[in-house]
Design a protein around this ligand. Sequence first.
Ligand code: TXA
Ligand code: MG
Length: 430
Amino acid sequence: MYKTRILPVPDPDSLGRYRSPTSTSPTASPLDHWDAAESAPGLDALVTAADHIRNTDVPVGFPTETVYGLGADATRSGAVRGIFSVKGRPSDNPLIVHVCDLDMLREVCNTKLPDIYRPLVDKFWPGPLTILLPVPANAKYTLAPEVTAGLSTFGARLPASPLTRTLIRLADAPLAGPSANASTRPSPTTAQHVVDDLNGRIEVVLDGGACGVGVESTVVDGLCDPPVILRPGGISLADLRSVPGWERVERAYHDVAHGGNAQKDDMTQKAEDALKPRAPGMKYKHYSPKARVVLYEGGKTPVLSREALLKDVEGAGQQASVVGVVRTSTWPALASSKAKAAAAVSNGSTKNGDGVVYHLETYSLPSGPKVLELDLGRDLPSIAHGLFSSLRDLDAQGAEVILIEGIDDGGDDMASAVMNRLRKAASEVR
Ligand code: TXA
Ligand code: MG
């Protein structure tokens, strides 16, 4: 058992910068070289974490713009094995490799970036996008075989967070980093979430505040034709299709709402194979709070009425003394002024890391159950931002069942990432 310490980093933006390119070569990019600052508030915390990464086999918790990660030197087998044992992660699920700049990526790949990725990198890096690349035979940074779980490709990501990039620069190694939750739990979006799951199992968590995006990176494979999305995430299908060479990008992950269960009986073997998840992690149970999650598919008409919702909450309350309700785009507020007058309502905004992310009301229904009613907001960025956090908070407050309003993911926006996570978290879909 370790004593897990949270090390605050107050001003991530002051921790480093990209060097202006000096070369006029057509392949030169403003992302070629990231320099750490010589001094900055909180830099000492990063030096401590980087020392851990270099000298121990105990991974460190670190923030990114998507979710918190659990990082280890991707070139050392012992260090990478540390990640799998701390998380309780199956060893056949490969890890994403985080780099701080394109020079480091070249030293992992031992070759230039395949042309298909160049416009994608120019547009979305640094940012929530992971690209699959071939594992080279020899390179300056040779990835430990545990990182790729024996596959011939690895996932590479250049994160938007300057804190993450400076940590990688100081550790002087590409960072293998899955989300820093215990396996099967919702991904962490604050340093405290990491400690809630991994207290005593790691020594250091860097605290850069709440993650802005709130869902993980989009994982794409451009080495096949047409290119495919292996996991939906912070960069949407519409974003990807706007890039030359990516107009025909397809979904290659299995999601119920995209043609899975209903037609399964008459599916040909080929179609069945096409729907098998190609990102190994997508087949595992995931993102689940302790509470039973009941997901209502979004985009249905008519919209659930207040009376129908109340009936469902009361129904859930027959088996559970605390019921969580998570509203997104259309559900009406349940706590009517009458209900509020009849019961003690505690009314407040939940602060999470560095910002208010949603509104929570607590009250009791006349029929018995205590209700925790949480409003994630109507716009997609706030829903994504508060998603995992809301599930964790309702767990912490003792919810036994959570009724959650799904959103319409029929379009090509980030709603697919939100619904993908919710469907995996749900025990029941209505
Ligand atoms: O936003 C993110 O991507 C976060 C932060 C920490 O960077 N990381 C993250 O890692 O979500 P993880 O390990 O929780 O999810 C990685 C996903 C899994 O679904 C895994 O199967 C897939 O990426 N993946 C990694 N390498 C792959 C490969 N070579 N081929 C196919 N899928 C791969
Ligand atoms: Mg994960």
